[in-house]
Design a protein. Sequence first.
Length: 306
Amino acid sequence: MKQKLGIAAVVLALGALGVLGTASLGRTQAGAKISLGIYTPSIAFANSQDRFRYVQRLAKAIEQGTGTKVEAKAFTSLSALKRQRADFAIIDAQCVAVNPRWNVLARAKVGGKTSQQWALYSSQGGNMNALRGKRLSFVRMGCQDENFVFNAMLDSEIGKGFFGGRNGKPDVPAAVAEVASYKGAEAVFAPVGNQKGLTRVFTASAVPTPAFVQLNSSVSKSLSDKIQAAVVGYGGGGAISGWAKADDSAYRALRAKMRTQVKRPVFAAPPPVRIDARDILVDPKTLNQTESTDIGQHFERPADTL
């Protein structure tokens, strides 16, 4: 009887180990539930519900393409997304740029393009000098925001003390409204097309659109490849009109632009100067031209001494 109980206990223990083993592999196999998040404050969705509906529709497309259950969530901060440990996410370029370990699987299309032109807009007119000491509104992403504004947008040309203050807002519509409607600031950086009647002061650099990234490295490559194919094949429409194949070069370039650029003068080597001796020398008159020899320059040939 004791021997039978011992065998049963071993079988149960092995069964439990099998269950635990399956659970530990569940996140990497098709059929397990994965989580999908979105954090895109630079994309002007109509509202937060519209953003959530978009990620829900994309999650359904991934489910159909992979057979894997996908749980979709929208986040108002990158820190909240990280706390929830999302497996995959749509994340703004600024944050992708400063997190080079993330695996970029696809690039969002906004207006059919994979980059957005940004500009500085003002309620004070188109003169940069008029903004000295004024307040700047910007999108507070928590991803080296100061470096993004002063290095990537202002090309390290303006000191951090130029503006009288900075108002961080949760997304582009709120940052623009701070200047256009609430008058809490006089200038704002925003993608072209979101200015709401403000005057463009100057055009800044183009910024990549958000990326679809893999955050959980334990997800199997086969499942990751299926998810990538489902995302690239998803049309969607709306604020994000579609997706392009993976290419992280634009995010690496943005990361480089966010570093402080030290300007140094460039001294060009002067071209060589070639002087013709005839330009500066005068050929003397010869003794054979005695008729033109000036007075005081007569010569006498010495007598032959031989």
